[in-house]
Design a protein around this ligand. Structure first.
Ligand code: FES
Length: 127
Protein backbone atom coordinates (compact mmCIF):
# COMPACT_ATOMS: atom_id res chain seq x y z
CA UNK A 1 0.00 0.00 0.00
CA UNK A 2 1.36 3.44 -0.88
CA UNK A 3 2.53 5.49 2.08
CA UNK A 4 1.56 9.16 2.02
CA UNK A 5 3.26 11.78 4.14
CA UNK A 6 1.52 15.14 4.30
CA UNK A 7 1.21 18.36 6.26
CA UNK A 8 2.87 18.29 9.67
CA UNK A 9 4.33 14.87 8.88
CA UNK A 10 0.99 13.09 9.01
CA UNK A 11 1.77 9.65 7.57
CA UNK A 12 -0.70 7.01 6.48
CA UNK A 13 -1.14 4.16 4.04
CA UNK A 14 -3.87 4.14 1.44
CA UNK A 15 -5.27 1.60 -1.01
CA UNK A 16 -3.36 1.70 -4.30
CA UNK A 17 -5.26 3.75 -6.83
CA UNK A 18 -7.04 6.05 -4.40
CA UNK A 19 -7.32 9.67 -5.46
CA UNK A 20 -4.80 11.77 -3.59
CA UNK A 21 -7.40 14.41 -2.70
CA UNK A 22 -9.52 11.77 -0.94
CA UNK A 23 -6.51 10.10 0.67
CA UNK A 24 -5.60 13.44 2.23
CA UNK A 25 -9.14 14.40 3.15
CA UNK A 26 -9.96 11.06 4.77
CA UNK A 27 -6.74 10.95 6.77
CA UNK A 28 -6.85 14.26 8.57
CA UNK A 29 -5.68 16.78 5.98
CA UNK A 30 -8.71 19.06 5.67
CA UNK A 31 -7.96 20.56 2.27
CA UNK A 32 -10.23 22.46 -0.08
CA UNK A 33 -11.69 20.85 -3.21
CA UNK A 34 -14.09 23.54 -4.29
CA UNK A 35 -14.92 22.18 -7.74
CA UNK A 36 -15.51 18.66 -6.48
CA UNK A 37 -12.36 17.24 -8.01
CA UNK A 38 -12.84 18.29 -11.62
CA UNK A 39 -9.58 20.14 -12.32
CA UNK A 40 -11.32 23.51 -12.44
CA UNK A 41 -10.65 25.37 -9.20
CA UNK A 42 -7.03 24.48 -8.25
CA UNK A 43 -7.88 24.73 -4.53
CA UNK A 44 -6.78 21.10 -4.04
CA UNK A 45 -3.25 22.06 -5.02
CA UNK A 46 -0.29 20.41 -3.36
CA UNK A 47 3.46 20.88 -3.48
CA UNK A 48 5.42 17.66 -3.90
CA UNK A 49 8.45 17.11 -1.73
CA UNK A 50 8.97 13.49 -2.86
CA UNK A 51 7.38 11.10 -5.29
CA UNK A 52 5.88 13.50 -7.79
CA UNK A 53 4.10 11.47 -10.48
CA UNK A 54 5.62 11.58 -13.94
CA UNK A 55 2.18 11.41 -15.53
CA UNK A 56 -0.54 14.02 -15.32
CA UNK A 57 -3.99 14.32 -16.76
CA UNK A 58 -4.57 16.58 -19.71
CA UNK A 59 -7.12 18.42 -17.56
CA UNK A 60 -4.50 19.10 -14.88
CA UNK A 61 -2.02 20.29 -17.48
CA UNK A 62 -4.56 22.61 -19.07
CA UNK A 63 -5.71 24.11 -15.76
CA UNK A 64 -2.23 24.62 -14.33
CA UNK A 65 -1.08 26.14 -17.59
CA UNK A 66 -4.03 28.53 -17.67
CA UNK A 67 -3.33 29.67 -14.11
CA UNK A 68 0.43 30.00 -14.57
CA UNK A 69 1.00 27.27 -11.98
CA UNK A 70 2.67 24.62 -14.12
CA UNK A 71 5.89 23.52 -12.44
CA UNK A 72 4.88 24.91 -9.06
CA UNK A 73 2.02 22.78 -7.78
CA UNK A 74 0.00 19.70 -8.70
CA UNK A 75 -3.73 19.09 -8.39
CA UNK A 76 -4.40 16.36 -5.84
CA UNK A 77 -7.75 15.60 -7.46
CA UNK A 78 -5.91 14.53 -10.62
CA UNK A 79 -3.44 12.17 -8.96
CA UNK A 80 -3.81 8.53 -7.97
CA UNK A 81 -1.82 7.07 -5.11
CA UNK A 82 0.20 4.31 -6.75
CA UNK A 83 3.52 4.89 -4.97
CA UNK A 84 4.87 6.64 -1.88
CA UNK A 85 4.49 10.43 -1.87
CA UNK A 86 5.31 13.37 0.38
CA UNK A 87 3.17 16.44 -0.20
CA UNK A 88 2.04 19.69 1.37
CA UNK A 89 -1.58 20.70 0.81
CA UNK A 90 -1.63 24.48 0.48
CA UNK A 91 -5.29 25.42 0.92
CA UNK A 92 -6.78 24.12 4.15
CA UNK A 93 -10.47 24.51 4.89
CA UNK A 94 -10.06 25.79 8.49
CA UNK A 95 -7.90 28.64 7.20
CA UNK A 96 -10.15 29.49 4.27
CA UNK A 97 -13.06 31.37 5.86
CA UNK A 98 -15.38 29.41 3.57
CA UNK A 99 -18.52 27.58 4.65
CA UNK A 100 -17.48 24.23 3.25
CA UNK A 101 -14.47 22.69 1.53
CA UNK A 102 -16.43 21.82 -1.62
CA UNK A 103 -18.42 18.83 -2.86
CA UNK A 104 -16.83 15.48 -2.11
CA UNK A 105 -14.92 14.30 -5.20
CA UNK A 106 -15.95 11.05 -6.85
CA UNK A 107 -13.86 7.98 -6.04
CA UNK A 108 -12.48 7.96 -9.60
CA UNK A 109 -10.65 10.72 -11.44
CA UNK A 110 -12.96 13.23 -13.07
CA UNK A 111 -13.18 14.33 -15.80
CA UNK A 112 -12.31 11.04 -17.52
CA UNK A 113 -8.51 11.16 -17.47
CA UNK A 114 -6.34 11.44 -20.54
CA UNK A 115 -2.84 10.68 -19.26
CA UNK A 116 0.15 12.56 -20.62
CA UNK A 117 3.78 12.73 -19.59
CA UNK A 118 4.44 15.61 -17.24
CA UNK A 119 6.32 18.09 -19.42
CA UNK A 120 10.05 18.48 -19.03
CA UNK A 121 10.87 20.94 -16.31
CA UNK A 122 7.54 20.63 -14.55
CA UNK A 123 8.86 18.94 -11.46
CA UNK A 124 9.76 21.42 -8.76
CA UNK A 125 13.09 21.09 -7.05
CA UNK A 126 12.68 19.26 -3.77
CA UNK A 127 13.72 20.71 -0.43
S1 FES B 1 -9.06 21.40 -9.13
FE1 FES B 1 -10.88 21.66 -7.96
S2 FES B 1 -10.78 20.05 -6.55
FE2 FES B 1 -8.98 19.76 -7.73
Amino acid sequence: MPRITANNNITFEVPAGQRLVLALKDNGVDLLHRCGGNAKCTTCRVVFKEGEPEKMTQAEYDRLSARGLLGQVRLSCQIVCDHDMTVEALNLFPDSGLDDPGPRPEDHITPEPVWIDAPEGVKPVGD
